[in-house]
Write a protein that binds this ligand. Structure first.
Ligand SMILES: Nc1ncnc2c1ncn2[C@@H]1O[C@H](COP(=O)(O)OP(=O)(O)OP(=O)(O)O)[C@@H](O)[C@H]1O
Ligand SMILES: [Mg+2]
Length: 341
């Protein structure tokens, strides 16, 4: 069942189309990511959903009920939405338990039981009496999440909640948050401009550019079948190689390749760097290593084919490639083609 439906939503600030004809449908229990560069309209979209911002036009339905559009308007406090912000926004003068219990209604005992359940959920029962300033970033993050989840919202909105955490903690906290939300069965919309975060956490990703949703799909589809070159480039590294398509096959500098969808005429095929197979000795199409970067679990290198085509390649780090070295490259997997521009 659809929990949230955005239809043709618009919000312009002067000449800036912050949100431009956005339509999205989110099912109950899904974890959706809004992914896009700075200024593409992610926060504005969340603010429209939460009710902190009113659209110029378009409608929003939550749980089948229209909350805004066609004259309807429900204020934020009636939308059953929880929000977690980038800076956590904990109340500095309240301890952890009181922060979590702040927005709760009901008897004292009911509130206390709910706070305890939330502390349990985020694994912080031992810190109930701590003040926010005496918590680590990751702990503050979990308190903010517990506070947002305490009133049992139908929908949780998270606006770049991990951006203040260092890389290691970030990976740990986001995995925890994902588990907590899954266990609570919460529907969530999560904003990030981190591609890896979007790919690893989401049921579906909405890729936004300049106020528009350019693709709304599963992580696998977004990565393997990006709707456009810009989506392809934003969601990872992309090589585009000119090719001549003839149905399910195409010919390019790498020889004959298979196309994911049949095309005709001049196309560019998308080749992800890790789909290129490197042969350290002979075999494959001859190329020369231009540069290499070592990342431990893999290495990233640039190679130039004899016709001048340059490719970025990711390969495992067992063999060390050095600039100037001759190698052979091959592509075995079917590729996605885009009409040549
Ligand atoms: N209140 C406002 N008045 C004028 N312009 C605004 C306002 N709010 C947002 N904008 C503009 O709308 C566009 C979208 O802003 P928004 O904050 O939604 O982007 P974002 O995707 O969240 O970016 P970031 O990743 O940097 O947080 C930007 O160009 C921004 O400058
Ligand atoms: Mg933002």
């Amino acid at each position: 069942m659809n929990l949230l439906e955005l239809k043709d939503l618009n919000r312009h600030f002067g000449t800036v189309k912050a949100v431009d004809a956005v339509s999205l449908t989110v099912q109950r229990g899904q974890f959706i990511t809004l992914l896009g560069p700075s200024g593409c309209g992610k926060t504005t979209t969340l603010r429209l959903i939460a009710g902190f911002e009113k659209p110029d036009s378009g409608t929003i339905h939550i749980g089948g009920q229209m909350v805004v559009g066609q004259g309807a308007y429900k204020p934020p406090e009636q939308r059953r939405i929880g929000m977690v912000f980038q800076d956590y926004a904990l109340f500095p003068h309240l301890n952890v338990a009181d922060n979590i219990g702040f927005g709760l209604k009901g008897s004292r005992a009911e509130k206390q039981a709910r706070v305890e359940a939330m502390l349990e959920l985020v694994a912080l029962p031992h810190l109930a009496d701590r003040m926010p300033h005496a918590l680590s970033g990751g702990q503050q993050q979990r308190v903010a999440l517990a506070r947002a989840l305490a009133p049992q919202p139908d929908l949780l909105l998270l606006d770049e909640p991990f951006s203040n955490l260092d890389a290691a903690l970030r990976a740990q906290v986001r995995a925890e948050v994902r588990t907590i939300l899954r266990n609570a069965g919460t529907t969530a919309i999560f904003v990030t401009h981190d591609q890896e975060e979007a790919l690893s956490l989401s049921d579906k990703i909405a890729v936004m550019f300049e106020g528009k949703v350019r693709q709304f799909d599963t992580p696998q589809q977004i990565y393997n079948r990006p709707a456009s070159r810009s989506v392809a480039r934003f969601i990872g590294e992309a090589n585009f190689v000119p090719a001549e398509a003839n149905g399910a096959k195409a010919t390019c500098v790498l020889g004959e390749v298979t196309l994911l969808t049949p095309m005709q005429g001049k196309v560019d095929v998308l080749i992800r760097p890790e789909r290129i197979h490197l042969e350290p000795t002979q075999g494959g199409v001859p190329a020369q290593v231009l540069w290499s970067e070592y990342y431990g679990h893999h290495q990233r290198l640039g190679a130039r084919l004899d016709d001048g085509t340059e490719l970025v390649i990711h390969t495992d780090a067992q063999v060390t490639y050095t600039p100037g070295q001759r190698v052979g490259v091959r592509v075995y997997v079917p590729l996605l083609g885009y009409k040549a521009q």
